[in-house]
Ligand binder design. Structure first.
Ligand code: 5BU
Length: 428
């Protein structure tokens, strides 16, 4: 494990409780490196410290763990070490069970490089070669790993520790409190934006020129958490368009959300996502995805992100009349989301499809003065979307874009939707 370290020097090692501890101890003594021990629980007596050992702020600490599954233990250790202002870039694990933990740890604010000595696939190959297991066992193990690609353990553990409140009910919880139950960096970022800017408004910027797009983003930017695009309807798309959008997103603190509605097999969506005319993966932090093809679509998209922090929202229900999204379809989407929490951050929905506080529900088909558009679109008010349909975020297009003063309209929608959200969490 020590030979696998990516950097020659570390100031400290920290074993992840519990099986990582003896391994870290051996490394610590053999390499003469100071070691930290992070307790699982702070002890109720004595110094009450969560971490034992001597360290100084800014020291470079290597985490040691035996097996990574969801990444929850590594994640908890990382959080503690970061609170102590230690620098933690790498974790060495003996076995990567390839169930999403290593990928989840590598993103965004976590940014930890997880290096394994063997992966589960390699391990099966070794055991098979030496006649320790047969082909059927190897296949069933790998099938199990593949179908249990789940990083939700982090959040299950975290959310079960609040006493008295039904912590699992999404609708009852504030965006702020939900930040700590998701381990997806972009879901956290979105919750943080919504809490700090006091907005749960996403504007659908369905315009056909770059100038209109930028002008709309400038006007509504201060009032939104997400700007939703259909980039392929622009007649003059260019790299400069996305550069300007990215700048505006940074200035006004909103995220770019391409409503691409990917819906093909994994290998096709990988090419549609990365490359092509729009190179969506490069600039859109979030995209919409249909659950229809099954979870290969998630794997395909994931194969194209190349270490960037990216996420998706699954289209579980549509706002148009006669939509074919049955209850069974919705349940299927929820299953995909639960199994891929390192990529799926929520749903586009028209009802309370999930009470899991990690998932963010976005509802389109919102307008104040209209109920239909003549082409199948159906509208509800911001209040109804939030209070009756369980939306966390409302998506508004024409209601804002076609208003005489789009900025004033954005403020109005924002205020209605956010006060409905406050009402919803306060009513609990
Ligand atoms: P409108 O102008 O507020 O009707 O625009 C709604 C936007 O949301 C538009 O970009 C649609 O493509 C998008 N949308 C939708 O209306 N309904 C859905 O179910 C989904 C997306 Br998914």
């Amino acid at each position: 494990m020590w030979a696998k370290r990516p950097n020659p020097d570390y100031d400290l090692v920290c074993g992840v409780a519990y099986t990582g501890l003896p391994i870290a101890t051996v490394i610590s003594t053999k390499q003469e490196l100071p070691m930290l021990i992070r307790r699982k629980e702070s002890k109720g007596y004595g110094t009450k410290k969560l971490v034992e050992g001597n360290y100084e702020e800014g020291q470079n600490c290597l985490m040691i763990e035996d097996v990574i599954v969801s990444g929850s233990s590594v994640y908890e250790t990382l959080e503690t070490l970061k609170e102590l202002k230690l620098k933690v870039d790498d974790a060495i694990v003996f076995l990567d069970r390839e169930q999403g933990g290593a990928a989840a740890m590598s993103w965004g604010s976590m940014g930890v490089n997880v290096i394994s000595v063997v992966t589960m696939t390699q391990m099966m190959g070794i055991l098979l070669k030496h006649g320790c297991i047969n082909q059927a066992t190897s296949e069933s193990v790998l099938e199990f790993v593949e179908s249990h690609n789940d990083t939700s353990i982090v959040t299950k553990e975290k959310s079960s520790c609040k006493n008295g409140i039904d912590v699992m009910d999404r609708k009852k919880r504030s965006f702020e409190s939900r930040t700590s139950v998701t381990n997806h960096p972009l879901a956290r970022k979105l919750f943080e934006i919504m809490s700090s800017k006091k907005t749960n408004l996403c504007v659908a910027a369905d315009v056909t020129t770059s100038a209109e797009l930028i002008s709309l983003a400038e006007k509504v930017g201060p009032h939104i958490c997400l700007l939703k695009t259909h980039i392929d309807i622009l007649t003059d798309f260019s790299k400069e368009t996305v550069e300007s959008l990215k700048e505006l997103a940074a200035t006004h603190n909103f995220m770019l959300f391409e409503d691409r509605k990917f819906g093909d097999i994994g290998s096709t969506v990988a090419s549609q996502y990365s490359g092509g005319a729009y190179n969506i993966v490069d600039w859109a932090e979030l995209v919409t995805v249909h659950g229809l093809p099954g979870d290969g679509i998630i794997k395909g998209l994931m194969s194209a992100i190349n270490g960037r922090p990216r996420g998706c929202v699954l289209v579980s229900e549509m706002s148009s009349s006669g939509a074919l999204t049955s209850q069974e379809y919705v349940s299927g989407c929820c299953k995909i989301a639960e199994n891929h929490t390192y990529f799926v951050i929520g749903f586009v929905s028209q009802s309370n499809v999930s009470s899991d506080p990690r998932f963010i529900l976005l509802t389109p088909g919102v307008q104040l003065d209209k109920s239909v558009d003549g082409l199948g679109q159906q509208y509800v008010t911001p209040r109804a979307a939030v209070l009756e349909r369980g939306a966390d975020i409302i998506i508004v297009g024409r209601g804002i874009r076609e208003a005489e003063d789009p900025e004033a309209a954005a403020i109005k929608y924002k205020e209605e939707a956010f006060s409905a959200y406050l009402e919803r969490i306060e009513a609990q």
